[in-house]
Ligand binder design. Structure first.
Ligand code: GDP
Ligand code: IMO
Ligand code: MG
Length: 412
């Protein structure tokens, strides 16, 4: 396998964790390059289920080298909690240039939400990136460095308004302990990756999805980083030409958590049915996910702005039993057909979905091991996605477990 990115082509929760874990055994290194513990990546194998938020999905494989690169924002408490729960041995490095999420970022996020109503995960992600770009954030190197007491005290004092009922000295002590815990994992990961890239295979694990990208997503209903393949070089310190392609993880239908326009959205009984069968409740916040048909305007948009070389279609089993399955292929905006996403959220809100309809299948597909064994209508659904997007499908996932994965074509 080449060095590739695994990224979500929709609004997150496409099954990136599952696909990253599935491909981990073919790579030596797994890198998370953006976001923080707003992500929730589920991995299931040998009867066990893991929910990863900050840690790369390669962490469950003792042979894999895991990197949390400079583009990430890291909550030290969440890091401590997640790492302490791991039962296996692991290999992990954190970039000395990643930024630290502090308690006042979380409080700011919550307070902003009372007016902005984006539907964030309340993990402090936006305010931490704001501080990074405002040049007032705290980098990992300083968080674990010799002057950390002074730096933390200053930051907590400056942000006292967001730390009501908190004793600042106690908070500093707590964060110094967390810094101590983090210290042994810290490295110049760009240096490390550049050394490894000549001898090892690297998998880049995106968080969120391309439609949640700060630049190309459905702004302002987005996250504050870029999950696109294009963001990997800057977020890791590795040249773009080392990355050979991207596998676009695509749910067989669509989901969205949080607010913002969602043209293919379904309501009522059908949405409830898919939500229950697909267990569509947020891995991070537990919120019920909004449900919609697959939307190839969205997939083609992701293909264009991010570059997607091949698709992994996930949760296909969830559609089993439906008489008909629809795919949104275009939008109608003010009476005109369009095949891309308008930049203004006001325009996107007015887009009406134009759909095609395909017959469903009734057979249980959760134990199917090859593409040929799938029911004809399931095969036709996959072929239709290939036709509408022009992207070859290399993986079809028919259940949450690692073994419920069909490889249709070689993955790059
Ligand atoms: P991620 O954020 O992209 O890693 O996705 P999440 O883990 O948040 O959400 C995907 C959910 O779908 C998780 O509960 C997975 O265990 C589950 N899942 C992944 N692939 C499949 C599949 O093919 N079929 C079913 N039924 N569930 C799947
Ligand atoms: P994974 O990696 C789905 C959404 C939030 C909200 C918006 C901004 O599991 O796919 P933020 O807290 O990032 O400022 O929230 O982005 N969001 C996600 N939705 N999956 C995710 O991650 C998400 N991470 C953020 O719901 O709409
Ligand atoms: Mg998720």
């Amino acid at each position: 396998m080449e060095n590739i990115a695994v990224l979500g082509t929709q609004w997150g929760d496409e099954g990136k964790g599952k696909i990253t874990d599935y491909l981990t055994s073919r790579a030596d290194v797994v890198v998370r390059y953006q976001g923080g513990n707003n992500a929730g990546h589920t991995v299931k194998f040998d009867g066990k289920k893991y929910a990863l938020h900050l840690l790369p999905s390669g962490i469950l494989n003792p042979k894999t080298i895991n990197v949390m690169a400079n583009g990430m924002v890291i909550n030290p408490e969440a890091f401590y909690d997640e790492l302490s729960k791991l039962e296996n041995s692991f290999n992990l490095y954190i970039s000395d240039r990643a930024h630290i999420v502090l308690p006042y970022h979380i409080e700011k996020d919550k307070r902003n939400e009372t007016k902005d109503n984006i539907g964030t995960t309340h993990k402090g992600i936006g305010p931490t990136y704001e501080d990074k770009y405002g040049r007032r954030g705290v980098r990992v190197a300083d968080f674990v460095g010799p002057h950390n007491k002074e730096i933390l005290t200053k930051k907590f004092e400056e942000n006292k308004a967001y730390l009501s009922n908190v004793d600042i000295n106690e908070l500093v002590s707590k964060y110094l302990e967390l810094a101590n815990f983090m210290k042994s994992y810290v490295k110049d990961t760009s240096y490390l990756l550049n050394e490894m890239v000549h001898t090892k295979k690297i998998l880049f694990e995106g968080a969120q999805g391309v439609l949640l990208c700060i630049d190309h997503g459905t702004f302002p209903y987005v996250t504050s980083s870029s999950p696109t393949a294009a963001s990997i070089p800057i977020n890791t310190g590795l040249a773009p030409w080392f990355i050979k392609g991207a596998i676009g993880v695509t749910k067989a239908y669509s989901t969205r958590v949080g607010n913002g326009p969602f043209p293919s959205e379904l309501f009522g009984e059908l949405a409830d049915k898919i939500r229950i069968i697909g267990n569509e409740f947020g891995t991070t916040t537990g919120r019920p996910r909004r449900i919609g048909w697959l939307d190839t305007v969205v997939i083609n948009y992701s293909k264009r702005v991010s570059g997607i070389s091949t698709l992994a279609i996930t949760l296909l089993d969830v559609l089993t039993g439906l008489d008909e399955i629809k795919i949104v292929t275009k939008y109608l905006l003010d009476g005109k057909e369009i095949d891309s996403i308008p930049a203004s959220v006001k325009d996107f809100e007015r887009c009406e979905p134009m759909t095609i309809s395909l017959p469903g299948w009734k057979e249980d597909i959760t134990q199917v091991k090859s593409f040929d064994e799938l029911p004809t209508n399931a095969k036709n659904y996959i072929k239709k996605i290939e036709e509408l997007t022009g992207i070859p499908v290399s993986i079809v996932s028919v259940g949450p477990d690692r073994i419920q994965t069909i490889e249709v074509k070689p993955v790059l």
